[in-house]
Ligand binder design. Structure first.
Ligand code: ZN
Ligand code: MN
Length: 467
């Protein structure tokens, strides 16, 4: 039996964090009173005219270039017509046959080498408003008493990224999404947080025999974390294979995935037919983004995450490299390695012990000094030093020399010496004069010029006296 090959395409919407909306000057943001950020344009009052947000266009170009896309010399806005209560105009201004950015590719390193995922398009559109289902107890559409619409989100700029069906596994989808998200965050154009809805992912999934054409696909909608997307994809793949192998067929369908039960339930569609009657938006002129600007933006792009993973993967396991880059921790990692820390230790420090630190505030050379000293330091002191290393002007040597001595290896011989020098007190203590503990601790403190950690010293003294 030939194995089945998964065929996965991804569709991602990222909300741009521009100050104002896509076609009006209403403020973009969270936590405002419902419907407090609206105007005649985003509420679709008759006669109101859209004016495109220049920054949103520039940022889409920026992302498109980071995804290896070509930038259209003359991009068009279209009207995508459908009826839904969260869409006041009865159409969404989007892009259709001439998107701002198209034909890109994005490299995703994997265990079997890199996979280049084609980017069909990265276009700009406006978001719909938000429908809030209330009453009925569940907060879901089904069973709610009524629905309210909050138009604050309506008209917010969205960039939509559509990949080619080049993704070959659920895990690869997860890695692609992590790297795409990190790219978006590093460009500073969106918070791209799935929990907040500023990043949304849909997946198209089918399976086939290797070498075959594409078979019928399922669409998975609105899954709210990367690991749930991956799990939903896995469930869909398994279900489709099961259908084919039991002699059945796969019908085109859109599903919601419930991560609690692993269930795929048919998605209630917004409209019956997928006929959006696209036509060019007559109120907007074509976007002719200056080619000089394209080159300026291209020159300022950060290094692609795939290239960074490949470089780091030369000295570290791929998964560790992926985690470093996907979380933007790789610059600190590389600085530590540069400062002489061995790669595996550096990755461990950056991802675990120093994971709470903002890399921007860390002097890697000083942090490397702390890491270097770690085998001589009690764990507690080491972790405190790591935490302190993010403070301004931190100097590892000064910090560590001021620290209380609480290293057992250093204290134990000293305590032993003191006990040997004071046999009378030792005997008295062992005969029940426990108050003498303070005497011994005091001796240790004197010998260490007050640098010993008194709590650790008294524990060690008690231990030695009990022998
Ligand atoms: Zn508005
Ligand atoms: Mn869209």
């Amino acid at each position: 039996m030939t194995a089945w090959e998964p065929v996965i395409g991804l569709e991602i919407h990222a909300q741009l964090k521009t100050r104002t909306k896509m076609f009006c000057r209403c403020e973009v943001g969270f936590g405002f009173e419902p419907n407090a950020r609206t105007c005649p344009v985003c509420l679709a009052h008759p006669g109101a005219l859209p004016v495109p947000n220049a920054r949103a266009i520039e940022w889409t170009v920026k992302l498109g270039l980071a995804l290896g896309c070509e930038v259209a010399a003359r991009a068009l806005f279209h009207r995508k017509n459908y009826f839904y209560p969260d869409l006041p105009k009865g159409y969404q201004i989007s892009q259709y046959d001439v998107p701002l950015c198209a034909n890109g590719r994005f490299s995703v390193p994997g265990p079997d080498g890199d996979n280049e995922i084609g980017v069909v398009r990265a276009h700009l559109e406006e978001d719909a408003a938000k429908t809030v289902h209330v009453g009925g107890g569940t907060g879901r559409k089904v069973g709610s008493a009524h629905s309210l619409v909050d138009f604050n989100r309506g008209g917010t700029p969205l960039v939509e990224i559509v990949t080619a069906p080049d993704v070959r596994s659920a895990d690869e989808a997860r890695r692609f999404l992590q790297l795409l998200r990190q790219t978006i965050v590093e460009l500073g154009i969106s918070d791209a947080e799935m929990e907040k809805g500023t990043l949304r992912v849909d997946a198209n999934i089918s399976v086939r025999r290797p070498g075959e054409g594409y078979r019928t696909r399922w669409e998975l909608k609105n899954v709210n974390s990367f690991s749930f997307v991956a799990r939903g994809i896995e469930v869909a793949i398994a279900r489709q294979i099961e259908l084919y192998e039991s002699g059945g067929s796969v019908e085109q369908e859109t599903y919601d995935f419930d991560p609690d039960t692993n269930a795929l339930t048919p998605h209630r569609s917004k409209e019956e037919a997928d006929d959006y009657r696209y036509f060019p938006e007559p109120d907007l002129v074509p976007v002719e983004f200056p080619s000089g600007e394209v080159e300026r933006i291209r020159a300022e792009l950060p290094e692609a995450p795939g290239a960074r993973i490949r470089r780091i993967g030369e000295t570290l396991e791929l998964e560790a490299a992926q985690v470093l880059v996907a979380n933007g921790r790789d610059p600190l990692y590389e600085a530590l390695v540069e400062a002489g820390v061995d790669p595996r230790t550096a990755a461990n420090v950056v991802l675990n012990e120093a994971s709470a630190l903002d890399p921007a505030g860390v002097d890697a050379k000083e942090l490397a000094r702390v890491v270097e000293a770690r085998s001589e330091l009690p764990r507690e002191t080491y972790l405190e030093a790591i935490a302190a290393s993010a403070s301004a002007g931190f100097r590892a040597d000064a910090y560590l020399s001021q620290r209380a001595v609480s290293d057992e290896g250093e204290l134990a011989p000293l305590i032993e010496r003191i006990l040997v020098a004071n046999p009378g007190q030792v005997e008295a203590y062992r005969n029940g004069k426990e108050g003498l503990l303070g005497f011994f601790v005091g001796q240790v403190m004197r010998e260490t010029e007050g640098k010993a950690n008194a709590r650790v010293v008294s524990e060690l003294v008690r231990e030695q006296l009990a022998r």
